[in-house]
Design a protein around this ligand. Structure first.
Ligand code: F6R
Length: 604
């Protein structure tokens, strides 16, 4: 995820771009940059790290007359977070910013280099501006060159380009990544990745459709659709409420974040999977040298993703894996051996208990790795190696998209280690990668599924408790489902391995005990089904989540039929998240700020 902004007008362009980027900083903050064209003079600034570094760099830069400007805040995908890789990228006399991925960049780059073009960055984005410059030489207009460029690139993008050959215009294209155009009565135009930067600046906004491209200047807004037919802008009134705008029409941030999972998982995969292997540019291959065991350590939801990972590491990478609750681990005088890779998992990177275990592991001389959502957090600074999840800022206290991206990273990491250890064949890895690429589609929330869960939720507002049950990797998902429900509904919920029910908990079974049963078609279906039958025989009220109909269930939430249990895992994850959300909303709770909880737990 990256954030982009653009401005055409007479006001203080620098301030407008920086203010807009501030609103989008949650979309990425490993580097940022702006380019401003005043008359025939371009000025561009870039800085690594948070926006404050760019503010510092631009403090003497004055924009006091008509200008066009573009800006970008970045989550690194292709190429490390360095100044050279930061946007805007320069051609001969044009600059570009881009959010998304240019899938055919390697071929385009090869061809451009063959024709003598020098590339400064490792990004996919830089090809856009060089391709534009090349097309400019043979086109009759800058717009002709831009449309030719858009025809030649493939992938997902929101692009803004400014060029000296049309110094009062911004050229834009949108396909698969968000971008909005805003205007006001002062004949100013703004672009942004979401509407929050536009609130207070614009009165009206145009939401582009995929395939739209064109240009904007003080005289004209020209929009063309994917078939190159000119179309009228479709402006609507912009909300004046920042908070509700940030929620993009969703009732709660948690709901928005559940819906965002498809996009952030795609972002997490971006640049890290080829057809045949998983690539982590950020990891030294020797991180795993001499390692015979992996120890995963975390709290809460992050602990659940670690527990999920342990099944994958042992199954695919054949490496001994143990999982620890950080608050327990730190006081139990654990034995730590140097052939263990110590991995901490944390959305925030600041959780006190997890941070402490990382310090312990470092002191004991273990190699350490952090899976984290916040760059520059305490854990990222301390660990030997980092893999960032790219969930963007998570505002709902109950974690959803952070969990989804953690499990995605772990699945990738398992394949990465499996390749190093030769525990899966190349064909098996390629097959898994095909499945990984299907995850963004499998977590898309459909209207029918959300409606069904909304309707069902009214039957689950009372009772004396919930059991979420699952086997294998669906056990940690059951734990996570129960945690989500108790956090925001304040109802009592427990996660259990399905096979454990008969060893005690089944004593609670009666019609007022609600069992949410995870029944994947592709993993231990018959075994898990008989566990549910045992509960059904004791008259527990049962809600089954499965692709296969189950006649002993009181309620049934059907997921789609797919080819693999991991895709079922991700789809069921969305179902349990939505179920908790809808129950909590019906109970009238504050979903985003549940009682007694905080987003980042920096105390023991
Ligand atoms: C639950 C939740 C918490 C966190 C836990 C660890 O929805 O968000 O259980 O997972 O406090 O936080 P991080 O991942 O920031 O270390």
């Amino acid at each position: 995820m990256c954030g982009i902004v653009g401005y055409i007008g007479n006001k203080n362009t620098k301030e407008i771009l920086l203010d807009g980027l501030k609103e989008l900083e949650y979309r990425g903050y490993d580097s940022a940059g702006i380019a401003v064209l005043q008359g025939d003079t371009f000025e561009s600034f870039k800085a690594v790290g948070k926006l404050i570094n760019l503010e510092e760099k631009t403090k003497d830069f004055i924009t006091d007359r008509f200008a066009v400007g573009i800006g970008h805040t970045r989550w690194a995908t292709h190429g490390k977070p360095t100044e050279l890789n930061a946007h805007p990228h320069l051609g001969e006399s044009s600059y570009v910013v881009h959010n998304g991925i240019i899938e055919n960049y390697a071929e385009l780059k090869k061809e451009l280099m063959h024709n003598g073009v020098t590339f400064l960055s490792q990004t996919d984005t830089e090809v856009i501006v060089h391709l534009f410059e090349k097309n400019l030489k043979t086109s009759s207009s800058a717009f002709g060159a831009f449309s030719q460029t858009i025809k030649e690139i493939e992938g997902a993008y929101a692009i803004l380009l400014v060029t000296k050959s049309e110094p009062d215009s911004i050229f834009f294209a949108k396909h698969g990544s968000p971008m909005i155009l805003g205007k006001n009565s002062e004949n100013e135009n703004y672009f942004a990745s979401s509407d929050t930067p536009l609130i207070g600046q614009c009165t009206d906004v145009n939401y582009f459709e995929d395939g739209d491209f064109g240009y904007v200047n003080p005289q004209e807004i020209a929009i063309f659709d994917k078939n190159e037919n000119k179309k009228e802008p479709n402006f609507s009134k912009l909300s004046t409420n920042k908070l509700s705008a940030q929620k993009d029409g969703f009732r709660f941030f948690m709901e928005k974040e559940i819906y965002e999972q498809s996009v952030v998982i795609a972002d997490t995969l971006m640049g890290r999977v080829s057809e045949s292997e998983v690539l982590f540019d950020e990891l030294d291959a020797n991180l795993f040298d001499g390692i015979n065991e992996i120890k995963l350590c975390a709290c809460g939801t992050s602990y659940h993703s670690a527990l999920s990972a342990s099944y994958l590491f042992e199954r695919y990478a054949k490496i001994k894996t143990s999982v620890e609750v950080a608050s327990e681990f730190r006081y139990r005088q654990p034995i730590m051996t140097k052939d263990t890779l110590f991995v901490v998992i944390s959305q925030s990177g600041e959780t006190a208990d997890t941070l402490e275990t990382l310090k312990m592991a470092k002191e004991a001389g273990l190699k350490t790795l952090v899976i984290c959502n916040v760059d520059n957090s305490s854990m990222v600074r301390l660990a030997d190696a980092t893999v960032l999840t790219r969930a963007g800022i998570e505002k709902g206290v109950a974690s959803t998209k952070a969990f989804a991206t953690q499990v995605t990273v772990f699945w990738m990491l398992t394949l990465f280690v499996a390749k190093l250890r030769n525990t899966l064949t190349n064909e098996e890895i390629a097959k898994q990668i095909i499945l990984l690429r299907e995850v963004p589609a499998s977590v898309k929330v459909t209207d029918s599924m959300h409606e069904r869960i909304k309707r069902l939720s009214k039957r689950y507002l009372h009772g004396h408790g919930f059991f979420f049950i699952g086997r294998d990797i669906f056990y940690p998902l059951a734990l996570e489902g129960a945690l989500k429900l108790k956090e925001i509904s304040y109802l009592h919920a427990e996660g259990y391995p399905s096979g454990e029910m008969k060893h005690g908990p089944i004593a609670l079974a009666d019609p007022e005990l609600f069992t949410i049963a995870l029944l994947p078609q592709h993993l231990l279906y018959e075994k898990a089904k008989s566990n549910v039958e045992e509960l059904s025989a004791r008259d527990s009220t049962i809600c089954v989540i499965s692709a296969l109909e189950f006649d002993k269930a009181d309620d049934f939430i059907q997921i789609s039929t797919c080819q693999d249990y991991m895709l079922e895992f991700f789809e069921m994850m969305v179902v349990v998240q939505l179920l908790s959300l809808e129950i909590s909303i019906r109970l009238g709770n504050d979903v985003d700020m549940p009682r007694n909880l905080a987003k980042s737990v920096t105390v023991e």
